[in-house]
Ligand binder design. Structure first.
Ligand code: PLP
Length: 409
């Protein structure tokens, strides 16, 4: 019998339909291309990274070194997390989010990413719809799809500060809507909802029996008079249908340590723990001990990093808006700027016409040696994301190069 190269039938398919449908992470793809150019000796400035440029604070590293030397941490530990870390999460959630929980509601995960994956997998059935305001972080739709869910995109733009509201959500809700993804401060836009807006959305979800998955991983990175508020503190009645996602990555410059957590009603946490017990088990003990040192060590380091990010934010937004054709609202949180660049599309710049933000980003990388992530990665073509988690001099050099290129009309 002739071998078929058909990849559509279950028998002949090498990669499963579910995994085969996952898109490559566009943010990581930009990063890879930028790194390849750097390896080839090109002086690329990368605005693509989604992580603080600071080193993890010393006391956290020291705690991890001591843990690595202690044989007691060389063994498996409980899947949902070290008891002391779960308790520390209870404590910071009360202190910083204004939400009282029990330790059994906490599941410590391999980063916020696994918390999201576990959360969707635990409550979504095939065909369930999940409301996903755009621009959205690239991982959400993939994580929702892996759980069998269907993302229903709720579009927002710079004219509304990249924020949705109950009236708009009503246009997208159906009888299959199971959950809403809520992210404030936002990646990729840096938008932060006001407490009144958050409360309105929380009440809206409560009235309709819709779950809220609230990603609060950037909660400590808000600037000026902007306040962070947790949806669960403003609408405590949501407790039975709300999952909070968080982690140490962005707050303590710990992206590589891979510690996050989800906080859910106890039955959901139990289900998610069962899932994790068969996939990854406990998070590395050394990393958990480091996370414990971070959570119990106060917020001095994050305040220092936040001060630096704030200066860079203002520098970046000012320089971006100085480029004709770029419109950049001032982000109030996280460490990203999200300008609109549609006025730069379809026109000749230095002899080249870019017809999409993806083409424009490739052009900027090639000609100005500056890496940005095109809006296509976040469900909104016509925009670009630039991280300001890099040094002031690099920000200045990168944006000057961009301006020099983009004004060659
Ligand atoms: N949530 C948002 C909005 C993010 O931007 C990220 C990382 O970029 C995460 C969650 C996950 O972070 P980690 O898995 O590194 O803890």
């Amino acid at each position: 019998m002739a071998m078929s190269s058909d990849n559509t039938s279950a028998v002949n398919r090498r990669i499963s339909a579910r995994i085969g449908a996952i898109a490559e992470s566009a943010t990581l793809a930009v990063d890879a291309k930028a790194k390849a150019l750097m390896a080839a000796g090109r002086p690329v400035i990368g605005f693509g990274a989604g992580e603080p440029d600071f080193a993890t604070p010393e006391h956290i590293v020291e705690a991890a070194v001591a843990a690595a030397r202690d044989p007691k941490w060389h063994k498996y530990s409980p899947t949902p997390g070290l008891p002391a870390l779960r308790q520390a999460i209870v404590d910071v959630t009360a202190r910083d989010n204004g939400v009282t929980i029990a330790a059994e509601q906490v599941l410590v995960t391999n980063g916020g990413k696994q918390a999201l994956f576990n959360a969707f997998a635990s409550i979504i059935d095939d065909g369930d719809e999940v409301l996903l305001p755009s621009p959205y972080w690239t991982t959400y739709p993939e994580s929702i799809a892996l759980a069998g869910g269907v993302s229903v995109v709720v579009p927002t733009d710079e004219t509304v500060g990249y924020r949705t509201n109950p009236a708009q959500l009503d246009e997208f809700v159906t009888d299959r809507t199971k959950a809403l993804v809520f992210v404030s401060p936002s990646n990729p836009t840096g938008a932060v909802y006001s407490p009144a807006e958050i409360e309105a959305i929380g009440q809206w979800a409560k009235q309709r029996g819709i779950w809220v998955i609230s990603d609060e991983i950037y909660q400590h990175l808000v600037y000026g008079d902007t306040e962070f508020a947790s949806i669960l503190s403003l609408v405590p009645d949501l407790a039975d249908t709300c999952i909070l996602v968080n982690g140490v990555a962005k707050t303590y410059a710990m992206t590589g340590w891979r510690v996050g957590w989800m906080i859910a009603p106890a039955d959901v946490t139990k289900a998610a723990t069962n899932l994790q017990s068969h996939s990854t088990s406990n998070v590395s003990n050394v990393s958990q001990v480091a996370a414990l040192a971070a959570l119990t060590g106060g917020l001095d380091d994050v305040l220092r990093m936040r001060g630096a990010f704030d200066v860079r934010r203002q520098l970046m937004v000012g320089m971006l808006n100085d480029i004709p054709g770029v419109v950049c609202p001032t982000p109030e949180g996280a460490f990203y700027a999200y300008p609109k660049v549609t006025d730069l599309l379809g026109i000749e710049i230095d002899g080249v016409v870019s017809n999409s933000s993806a083409q424009l980003a490739a052009f900027i990388l090639e000609r100005a040696e500056v890496a940005v992530v095109p809006g296509e990665a976040f469900g909104t073509p016509g925009y670009m994301r630039l991280s300001y988690a890099l040094g002031d001099d690099d920000i200045r050099t990168g944006l000057t190069r961009m301006k020099d290129l983009l004004t060659k009309r």
